[in-house]
Design a protein around this ligand. Sequence first.
Ligand code: ATP
Length: 932
Amino acid sequence: MSANSLPKEAAVWHNLEIDKTLQVLESDRTSGLSSTEVQQRQARYGLNELQETAGRSPFVILVDQFKNIMLLMLIAVAVVSAILDLRSGSFPKDAIAISLIVILNGILGYLQESRAEKALAALKRLSSPLVRVLRDGKLSEVAAKELVPGDVMLLEAGVQLAADGRLIEESNLQVRESALTGEAHAVEKQAELHLPKDTALGDRINLVFQGTEIVQGRAKAIVTGTGMQTELGRIAALLQSVESEPTPLQKRMEQLGNVLVSGALGLVALVVGIGVLRGGAFEELLEVSLSMAVAVVPEGLPAVITVTLALGTQRMVKRKALIRKLPAVETLGSVTTICSDKTGTLTQNKMVVQNAYTNHRAFKVTGEGYEPNGEFQIDGTKANSQEYPELQALLVACALCNDSNLQQDQGQWIIIGDPTEGALLSLAGKAGVERDQWQARLPRVAEFPFSSERKRMSVICTVEPEVSNQALQNGLLEAQSYVMFTKGSPELTLERCDRIHTGDRIVPVTQEQRAQILTQNDQMAGNGLRVLGFAYKPLTNVPPDNSQETSELGLVWLGLVGMLDAPRPEVRDAVAKCRVAGIRPIMITGDHQLTARAIAADLGIAQASDRVLIGQELERMSQEELEQQVDLVSIYARVSPEHKLRIVQALQKRGRFVAMTGDGVNDAPALKQADIGIAMGITGTDVSKEASDMVLLDDNFATIVAATEEGRVVYTNIRRFIKYILGSNIGEVITIAAAPILGLSGIPLTPLQILWMNLVTDGVPALALAVEPAEPNVMNRPPFNPRESIFARGLGSYMVRIGIVFAIITIALMIWAYNYTNAPGYPRDPNTWKTMVFTTLCIAQMGHAIAIRSNTQLTIELNPLSNPFLLGAVVVTTFLQLLLVYVPPLQQFFGTYYLSPFELAICFGFSALMFVWIEGEKLFVRLVKKGG
Ligand code: ATP
């Protein structure tokens, strides 16, 4: 290949034969590219990445910032204030300050929103998939962005394609191409075709395209285009549009804005009305109104909320939970029910075969991990596997009906692929049954792939004539031209068998034998083992594609294999934590009911005697019947992905707030339906990740609980600073309104001073409150209803109560200060009382910030250093406030007056009352609770 662009054939890949494609791309179907070639191609073509185009244009994001009703009101205030100032010939300082704030708020909102979108996009990339490729003749997994043209990809169900490719071979391949064509139905693909040049994109069934999803089957394909050179890359409009949904909180804040603005307008009408009746000057009343309008708007709140959510996402990612949709950060704390898969999430997904059972003989298998080293034992004595033809045949089935790879990596045995299958390769290896050797003797020609619905899979292999005798010797009786190996759930596999392999014969399977096998299965499952059943079938022809339902009948039963998948040790604690936190864990598994129950009991998810609902029963139930059961059942076994959807819906109907895990391609609908859809970062398919709100980087149940805890902390902190900020706003508004009503001449606070308070003296401590660590009881209480109003659970009444207390303290000070500074003989400006009011409001908020750290614990009971930011914020803010009062240029700009030490002390004294009041409230509640 030459130059930087793809060869000229690039436009017509569908028109090329497979060999020609391989030739053009200078690649090999069995060994792929060499590492040096990959490096050169990466340098030539760049990384396999799409150029980002943001979901909304920057202009739209900017304009959206000004759609906020509170900002609109501020703009109106600025206009009126400018007119008033210009008319009276003074410099429109307030108007300019307000306009600056409005613009700043807009810019800040814009920056945060676009940064949030970028950050989310980056987080999503973190969970970006690994692609299986052949390089240097070996199978390896590489990051999608490292793919280059010529790479040979191995594809299977659940994969979202990371590049465009030409199929080299395929089996039952179906691809959903809706990302590209809008067509929801999956398309059947075929490798061995070569199509006319003018074939439409949707009909190029020998190609696969980036962004499309494999729903069934498997394939090998050679990468023909990467990055912007793909079909998806060409339709730039569809790219990487990161949805930016308003979070429930943002929606609530909008409602809050409406309430505040209408409340403020009502109050303004009242003050102006009373003022006019009392003969006040209209212009002064208008100024009072303007101040009130500025006071009511919590200018600093949007920034604080965004920062809190962003910090929450970061904390979660540190705990291995990756948020894909922002609302999840705050709603996670409301989860009442966690529906979790078993394998890999509750258990370690490290399988080790412990038992095998063939022809009435139970074998124990020793060895650890995936290392193919260990013994077969019967009743504690070593047994030679070669002496048992049915065991030998079973092991051949283990090796061949298998898609995983067992490899040695730096001395460690690792598997690439499904751990269940890896354990089977290791088992076969322990008896010297090597997959590669057997694959040469019995090459695979077709397959019926595994799916969670079918719970089994089959492969069809050719029996090479020269080895048929050998195959016979190795226990595969009646071998014909072909042989099919089937493995899957024991009950379902046994149902499809009519004969059984016993030593040197194949005989019809009796009812007694069936019962015996099932009892053995129950026994293994009852010990928590994951059990698979094996069978085979001699064939004269290769069965046609998609004929699994008929072809997988009349099988010859081989035996059972039981493997241990130990529970994750940390899950037990996580489950206990859930219980205390009022969260119900539920296990939903495709595995056998007894395996499920044993593991659930071990982890504390259910009692050993608890009812288990199995897929077949669920199938027979109506949705209403299921709704009646969902609150009672904690284990669902042998379920299919579509059952998961029904279970979520039933739980939601009962008012539960459901988190649901999933990994398979068919789990996507349930993940979307769940309130929090959780995909697995390691084993999850790309499709499930795409449908999820959160991805577990370590696939671990305990991580869900950790994320829930963080969610609760975020939500509690948000409520805390909303209380803090709005309590102060209400105090300010009432104080301003009181002045003319009390007949004081002059407005206590100018709009500029109010902006200072709302942004700096309220805003900075509020930011520090946003990083307040978790209260110790955060997981000791039931979850809060995510649909509750922002004012619920005392928040509304707190705001009003504290606002009134705040106002009473300030008004008391205001009356005293007014009389003091307007008394005859007062040495300085009689307006000094205004600065005292201003200072008291600011300093009282410092006490408020310190006291509000905990709703229940007294400040002296808290570690003052557990939130050093708050201490810092209080010190810095108080210092800044003093600068405003004592530095002449600032005095001039903000319209403040010098305060004598005595006056300052009075301000601090009144301010302290705020702290005392809130601490007193906590004590009072404690005493009442004790008394009750
Ligand atoms: P969970 O839903 O908790 O992850 P699971 O892994 O058992 O549990 P599935 O992967 O849907 O769920 O598997 C369902 C059943 O299918 C298993 O219990 C097993 O009997 C069978 N099975 C699993 N993996 C394979 C496989 N690779 N080949 C054949 N059968 C399998």
